[in-house]
Design a protein around this ligand. Structure first.
Ligand code: MN
Length: 248
């Protein structure tokens, strides 16, 4: 099995190393990841300058671009043969509900999907790096299932692992995305010259649409959350309303 790994925390991130270590027994591992932390980069591609890919070890590249750049470059140029599966992560921190719209971790997986390869995004819902090894075992279980059952083309799974879970898929739930409350206020500070600078505030807490069946709820219950994602953001009910409203 040929596995392409990427992330948004950068090519030296401990979550990526844990993922590679857990998956190494399953086949060939190729890592193509951003040269620095690009969390929150979403699906952006670098179009205003060329990209550089530096080989830092055998089958391990650092790219001065976004997570989506990395997967695009890997799958169109760097890899001699296409991967069977793309994995992104293990992210430092959860990617639940609205987070998937901003996440570079999910975007790397989504880019693979857009290029026709199934992909899994993995995030650790904890800041404690001691849990990466356990999340890596869960990733390996998932990949073994994929190998056994075959993952459909264009499948994109968003997996979040709570810090208190078993190192198995037994406690996993298939979930839908929940919703967060509105994000915290923007933080304004003054730079050393007295000019204002602004920090985007932390993500909002789980909102009212984060009950049973959602990814937030599974994590709160100590279960691994597996959400299948699709890229079609069309609002089908509004299409009908809009046709009536416009009289067309
Ligand atoms: Mn990240």
């Amino acid at each position: 099995m040929r596995l392409l790994l990427s992330n948004d925390d950068g090519y030296r991130a401990p979550g990526l190393a844990a993922l590679a270590e857990a998956l190494r027994p399953l086949g060939e591992i190729i890592i193509v990841a951003p040269e620095r932390n690009r969390s929150g980069a979403s699906n952006s591609l670098t179009l205003d300058r060329p990209l550089r890919a530096s080989q830092v070890a055998e089958n391990h590249y650092a790219v001065d671009g976004t997570p989506a750049d990395c997967v695009y470059l890997a799958m169109t140029t760097l890899l001699k043969q296409p991967p069977d599966l793309v994995l992104s992560g293990i992210n430092a921190g959860e990617n639940l509900g609205d987070d998937v719209l901003y996440s570079g971790t999910v975007a790397a997986a989504m880019e693979a999907c857009l290029l026709g390869t199934p992909a899994i995004a993995l995030s650790l819902a904890s800041a404690d790096p001691s849990h990466y090894a356990r999340a890596g075992v869960i990733a390996r279980d998932l990949v073994l299932n994929v190998q056994r059952l075959g993952l459909q083309l264009h499948w994109l799974l968003n997996v979040n692992v709570p810090p208190n879970s078993d190192a198995s898929l037994k406690g996993a739930r298939v979930t839908r995305l929940g919703r967060r409350q509105r994000a915290a206020e923007t933080i304004m500070q003054l730079d050393p010259r007295g000019q204002p600078v602004y920090w985007i505030g932390p993500a909002g807490k789980p909102g009212e649409h984060s009950g049973p069946g959602t990814d937030f709820h599974a994590i709160a219950e100590g279960c691994v959350s597996i959400t299948p994602l699709q890229m079609d953001l069309s609002s089908y009910p509004v299409m009908d309303d809009l046709v009536q409203w416009l009289g067309i």
